[in-house]
Design a binder for this molecule. Structure first.
Ligand code: G3P
Length: 219
C-alpha cells in the first residue's frame, strides 16, 4: 500500500518527504484554505511548490459545482504540474465531469465517496482512484473501514483497475486497517505519519542502549 500525505502545508510535506515513504499528496479546498489559499492562483502556486517536493501524484480539487465548471477547471489543473490527479466529488455533476476528463486522459481522484455504489459509478466513469472517507463515516456511527473492504472486494471480483485511496484517516490504526482491507493507497495527515513512527518500546529501547553504551564508555 502506498502512502500519500493529506495536507497543503508545505513544511509538513518537506518534513514528510525526507522520510522517503511518501508517494504522493492529496489536497482539498479545506486543506488549502487552512494555509490561507482562497483562489485558483494561490492554489496553483502551492500545488506547483508541492510538486517540486514530491515526485508523485498530487491531488488538486475543483471548486465548481456544475459539470461544465469542473471540466474547465480540470483541464486547467491538468496543465499545472507533471502528475496532477484532479479531485472531483462523487456527485451527479461530478460523474459527468469525471467521464469527460477521463476520456481526455486526465487522471481523476474521485473524492467524497461514501458508498460502494458511488465507487462503482466512478470506476465506470473512469476514475483513476476513488477516495472513501473513513473518518467521516465513523463520525456518524458507521464503520468507515467496511466501505473500504466492500469497494476492494467489488473491484477485485470485476478486475476493476481503479485504485482505492483510503482517505479521511484520523489515526495510525485507520492506516493499518486500510492496508489490511486491501486499499492501494492511504492518504494520511502529517500527524498520523508521525504516529506511525512512534512506539514507547522503541524509545525505551534506544534509551537503554545509550545508557549501557555510555556506561561502558565511561568505565
Ligand atoms: O482527503 C480527505 C481528507 O482531507 C478529509 O479528512 O478528517 O476532514 O474527514 P477529514
Amino acid at each position: 500500500m502506498k502512502l500519500f500525505l493529506d495536507t497543503a502545508n508545505i513544511q509538513e510535506i518537506r518534513d514528510g518527504a525526507r522520510m522517503g515513504v511518501i508517494s504522493g499528496v492529496t489536497t482539498n479546498p479545506s486543506l488549502a484554505a487552512s494555509q490561507g489559499i482562497g483562489d485558483a492562483e494561490g492554489y496553483k502556486t502551492a500545488v506547483r511548490e508541492i510538486s517540486d517536493i514530491v515526485d508523485g501524484p498530487i491531488s488538486v480539487e475543483v471548486t465548481s459545482l456544475d459539470a461544465a465548471g469542473m471540466v474547465a477547471e480540470g483541464r486547467d489543473i491538468a496543465t499545472w504540474i507533471p502528475n496532477p490527479w484532479v479531485k472531483i466529488p462523487s456527485t451527479l455533476e461530478g460523474f459527468e465531469a469525471i467521464s469527460t476528463l477521463a476520456s481526455e486522459g486526465i487522471k481523476i481522484n474521485q473524492t467524497l465517496c461514501f458508498s460502494a455504489s458511488q465507487a462503482l459509478l466512478g470506476a465506470q466513469a473512469g476514475s483513476t482512484a476513488v477516495s472513501p472517507f473513513i473518518g467521516r463515516l465513523d463520525d456518524i456511527g458507521q464503520e468507515g473501514m467496511d466501505l473500504v473492504s466492500e469497494i476492494v472486494d467489488i473491484y477485485k471480483i470485476h478486475d476493476i483497475k481503479t485504485q482505492v485511496l483510503a482517505a479521511s484517516i484520523r489515526h495510525s490504526l485507520h492506516c493499518l486497517m486500510a492496508a489490511k482491507a486491501g486499499a492501494h493507497i492511504a492518504t494520511v495527515p502529517y500527524k498520523v505519519l508521525l504516529q506511525m513512527v512512534q512506539h514507547p518500546l522503541t524509545d525505551a529501547g534506544m534509551a537503554k542502549f545509550m545508557e549501557d553504551w555510555n556506561k561502558a564508555g565511561n568505565n
